[in-house]
Design a protein around this ligand. Sequence first.
Ligand code: GDP
Ligand code: MG
Length: 162
Amino acid sequence: AMPTVAIVGRPNVGKSTLVNRILGRREAVVEDIPGVTRDRVSYAAVWSGRRFLVQDTGGWEPDAKGMGQAIARQAEFAMNTADAVVLVVDATVGATATDEAVARVLRRSKTPVLLAANKVDDERVESEAAALWSLGLGEPRSVSAAHGRGAGDLLDAILEVL
Ligand code: GDP
Ligand code: MG
């Protein structure tokens, strides 16, 4: 079977935009309104000649009670079923309580976890990305899913652990 990389994180951090960037096409649904992605949707991707599945996640009601728990459960499911997990955080916002709760779950993962610091559209945001070392998931990998900055390096890192 093809290896699967699951993309997890709270609403509006740019998970679906990152999935589209990995696919090189617009297939995952991007919305300014958070929470539109259905539970889990997998797409076939290829990078450096290697084929894998990329799984977008979502499906919770924005700001619903228990949303943080639903995201943490989704992350836990991902680490138990996928071959690699990418936690996406919005570097321009910084680590929220929800991000920290999800990171706490993922720190127990035996499956490799990469931390993507998204919305680093230019180098002025790099210092905010570096602050995400605090999540305890290793090096925050700066990326701008919207513009492509850092996406190749993130994909190389994903393939290294896949
Ligand atoms: P999701 O809920 O995590 O799947 O987030 P989406 O991919 O739907 O994106 C949420 C919003 O963030 C949309 O308005 C995107 O255009 C925006 N966005 C996503 N990635 C970036 C990025 O790298 N830079 C900036 N500035 N905005 C982004
Ligand atoms: Mg989405």
